[in-house]
Design a protein around this ligand. Structure first.
Ligand code: MN3
Length: 232
């Protein structure tokens, strides 16, 4: 109060007001666009298919890194948004850092709920089974084709089951942290299922054996989540 009174007396009230505004603006954290979502299960929940240390590093460091670097890249570009889908759809107009880290954030946020503790004979039922039968002939044929896409992605990337705008189910893969939502994607559509085939997703347990990781992964696929994605 004394300070404000002094400033008013000195004829400096407008200056005090603008100083206060600046301080308020500076107090808003710059990196508040996106945050790391918690895993929907403990880090050991997918053992032995995906080991605890891989989950800790994958979620706590890799995914967190994408979130932090995305926020930084958005600040640098002067973009203020909480709409990740909007960023994906116009990624060709944005910086490589936003493309890579925005994709990394969307992809991993999509990936975690697609898994659950392992089950033997973990096969889809109902609507998902029918949809896969319709599109690929059988679940086994779908699984083979999906594995081929995941194996065929040279270097780092993702394999996807995607619903196209005309309602068709197709399998595709993307490099790096790209995804089928991006306007730069070869095949665009809404992801229904996705598999991270970056080495950071499997190297500690499977080393260079990507095929073994893919084969084991079917035991932890959360078909209930796939059903939700198929309807959405
Ligand atoms: Mn990853």
């Amino acid at each position: 109060m004394e300070r404000r009174l002094f400033l008013r007396m000195a004829g400096l009230a407008p200056l005090a007001f603008s100083l206060k505004e600046n301080i308020l603006q500076a107090a808003i954290p710059l990196h508040d666009h996106f945050t790391l979502p918690p895993l929907p299960y403990p880090t050991n929940a997918l053992e032995p298919v995906i080991d605890t240390l891989t989950m800790e590093i994958h979620h706590g460091r890799h995914h967190k890194g994408y979130v932090d670097n995305l926020n930084k890249a958005l600040d640098e570009a002067g973009i203020h948004t909480h709409d990740i889908l909007d960023l994906m759809r116009r990624v060709s107009t944005l910086s490589p850092a936003i493309r890579n880290n925005g994709g990394g954030h969307w992809n991993h946020s999509f990936f975690w709920p697609l898994m659950r503790p392992p089950r033997e004979n973990n096969v889809p039922e109902g609507q998902v089974r029918d949809a896969l039968n319709g599109a690929f002939g059988s679940f086994e044929a779908f699984r083979d084709q999906f594995k081929k896409a995941a194996m065929g992605r040279f270097g780092s990337g993702w394999a996807w089951l995607v619903k196209t705008s005309d309602g068709k189910l197709i399998i595709t893969s993307t490099p790096n942290q790209d995804n089928p939502l991006m306007d730069v994607a070869e095949l665009r559509g809404t992801p229904v299922l996705g598999l991270d085939v970056w080495e950071h997703a499997y190297y500690l347990k499977y080393q260079n054996k990507r095929a073994d990781y893919i084969d084991a992964w079917w035991k932890v696929v959360n078909w209930d989540q796939v059903a939700k994605n198929l309807q959405g």
